[in-house]
Write a protein that binds this ligand. Sequence first.
Ligand SMILES: NC(=O)c1ccc[n+]([C@@H]2O[C@H](COP(=O)([O-])OP(=O)(O)OC[C@H]3O[C@@H](n4cnc5c(N)ncnc54)[C@H](OP(=O)(O)O)[C@@H]3O)[C@@H](O)[C@H]2O)c1
Length: 272
Amino acid sequence: MTVFSPTRNRPIALVTGASAGLGAQFARALARRGHDLILVARRRERLEALAAELATDGAAAEVLPADLTNDADLLRVEERIRRCENLAMLVNNAGFGLDVLFHESDLAGQSAMARLHVLAPTHLTHAALPGMVRRGRGAVINVSSVAAWLQGASGVMYCATKAFLNSFTLSLAVELAGTGVRVQALCPGFTYTEFHDVLGMDRDLVPKFWWLRADYVVEQSLRGLRRGKVVCIPSLRYKLLAAVFRAMPQWLMSHIGQKRYKALQARREKAK
Ligand SMILES: NC(=O)c1ccc[n+]([C@@H]2O[C@H](COP(=O)([O-])OP(=O)(O)OC[C@H]3O[C@@H](n4cnc5c(N)ncnc54)[C@H](OP(=O)(O)O)[C@@H]3O)[C@@H](O)[C@H]2O)c1
């Protein structure tokens, strides 16, 4: 395990879900920008491999394996944040999707999603902010999704938790105005990561046009943060799509959601 040398005085960024996808890209991008890292996720060996890679960019990285749906693990990460005197950035990124109807699903999975997408960012942000406000600088990025503006069967908890993250971030931005601490809700669309492997979704179902690269999403987020963007939607096509979602009357959004639900049922019947 790589640990910080006390003589180093670099800003520290803590990234959750750093063992894959967007989280690993955030860690790489922040290391290149002069940060040391605290890497959080469940898979220790992945985090250790990333820490070794980051060392080649001159960044020290501490590996902090944790299941953020577990109370004791979450508390350990909160305590680590409170002890971190030069925490410059917190990236609440860990997340997953579920492709099951809420009313037919195992509650444990839905509950784990609520814990990971809502409770963990709440606790970690609450641990990070007092120090950041005291120092008059720092940033929190909450990785949300364009799904925050959607309603859909089989994405009930996902859409709800991402909508929470947007609302949470927007209100925090108001509360933190003038403190020097910035917050951002990052709302990507379909992005090439391991997310869809975990979900069990065939990527070919979505036209290539809609797919983004993880490094692009992260660069857009960090650029947006510099410019004070509280809600960051990478790429023009998703900015337009989100504007359409926001302007859409409720009945039309529900109609589209129901159409998608029927298509899903048809797919399930065919697979039987
Ligand atoms: N990819 C997309 O199309 C897309 C679009 C919009 C938003 N997002 C959001 O982007 C974020 C990152 O997802 P990704 O696309 O990078 O997916 P990914 O490649 O599957 O990465 C997910 C990360 O979350 C971690 N994680 C999952 N459950 C965890 C738990 N219980 N405790 C701690 N860490 C956990 C995973 O690590 P371990 O398995 O090692 O714990 C992994 O590092 C998520 O919040 C997702 O909702 C993704």
